[in-house]
Design a protein around this ligand. Structure first.
Ligand code: MG
Length: 378
């Protein structure tokens, strides 16, 4: 890691961990963070959590786990090219979705709705970014000396992508940038955009695989149409999976290269000489204007044609009902909760129920719903 840029996060400029620990042997502090994330139970649960398609709908669709691995792969490549801290980027990428509920965004919306109704001391509501931070700061129970994973400040800062000012006030140092309108590290900025590159492309891939969207529809989407024509010029006979993969790999490549060169340009223009200079500068990691417009069009296409497809909406509707039912049952009778959550519920009942539900995998939530509601099940 000796070729880090002067504005990259390093061991020297890191704000360290909340609980001081001896320095790791034969690995960096950020490698240790990544390792703790990979060994957490929240990370293993990602395997059975929905990205767009519910986990049991097909073995080849992305899950939160494969999504997170794709984000890490894309973000690491960008970080290396820009001489940023690759270990930190990997840690943030692998942890960025730990707080997601079962059933993807539908699950989050349902849980948020349930939590809005309660005037909580912690401001109420449910948001997956905040939940990811809650998991690594508090909920994981693996270590003798602290709750959570005791990660470095910069890893935690990268995990907390968005936050309302009201919530930020309760988060201490890691929430402060939202009140001061400062940026996170370039490593965190890169992870954010790598997340978008990963899901836009794999949702196109999964959408085509599922048959809910078609190649004909995508002919009108510039980000897809351009590389698709190039593939057909080079391989006039190509069809099926090969055609899709050849197109999508070109899309990812074009987006990554665009992001690297535009970010490089912004860095040259702003000329930050330290990590603190990155925090007070405008956002430096960015797509070019043309690529940004393409990405936006791609997002709108996915929203209108995949995320709002009636077959996806049927699933999200069912998911909302499952989450709502579970929430209602546990709030009414907290003694139905497993013992460790009952202890938490004595402090803050709604938050304990939200923590329990958010931690469920898709199939666990379905099973738990059946156990609580199906007549004839015990
Ligand atoms: Mg993500």
């Amino acid at each position: 890691m000796s070729d880090l840029a002067c504005y990259a996060v390093s061991i020297e400029n890191s704000r360290g961990r909340a609980v001081a620990e001896p320095a790791p042997v034969e690995r960096s502090e950020f490698q240790r963070d990544r390792d703790r994330i990979v060994h957490s139970s929240a990370f293993r649960r990602l395997e059975y959590k929905t990205q767009v398609f519910v986990n049991h709908e097909g073995d080849l669709f992305r899950t939160r786990l494969t999504h997170s691995i794709e984000v890490a792969q894309i973000a690491r490549g960008i970080a290396r090219a820009l001489h940023l801290n690759e270990d930190l980027v990997e840690a943030i990428s692998l942890a960025h979705d730990l707080g997601h509920t079962p059933f993807g965004h539908a699950g989050q919306d349902a849980l948020n709705e349930c939590m809005q109704k309660h005037d909580e001391s912690d401001g109420g509501g449910f948001e997956h970014n905040l939940q990811s931070l809650r998991i690594v700061d508090l909920l994981e129970e693996n270590y003798g000396d602290f709750n959570g994973l005791n990660l470095c400040f910069e890893t935690r800062e990268g995990i907390l992508k968005h936050c309302s000012p009201q919530k930020a006030r309760g988060l201490g140092e890691v929430g402060r940038r939202f009140l001061e309108n400062h940026r996170p590290s370039l490593e965190a900025q890169i992870c954010n955009l790598a997340d978008a590159i990963a899901y836009n492309n794999h949702d196109i891939d999964d959408g085509l695989r599922s048959g809910l969207i078609s190649l004909e529809q995508l002919a009108g989407v510039e980000a897809f149409a351009q590389p698709s024509e190039e593939v057909l010029r080079k391989h006039p006979e190509i069809a099926g999976r090969r055609r899709i993969h050849e197109t999508i790999r070109r899309m990812i490549n074009a987006q990554v290269i665009d992001l690297i060169s535009e970010t490089r340009r912004n860095i040259a223009c702003e000329n930050p000489q330290s990590l603190d200079a990155v925090r007070t500068a405008p956002p430096l990691a960015a797509f070019s204007t043309a690529m940004h417009a393409q990405q936006r069009a791609l997002k709108i296409f996915l929203r209108d044609n995949l995320y709002r497809h009636y077959q996806v909406l049927r699933m999200t509707n069912k998911a909302r009902r499952i989450i709502g039912d579970l929430f209602g049952a546990f709030i009414e009778s907290p003694d139905l909760l497993p013992p460790q959550y009952q202890a938490m519920a004595r402090e803050n009942c709604h938050r304990a129920v939200a923590d329990y539900i958010a931690g469920m995998t898709d199939r666990y939530a379905i099973r738990e719903h059946r156990r609580l509601f199906a007549v004839g099940e015990i």
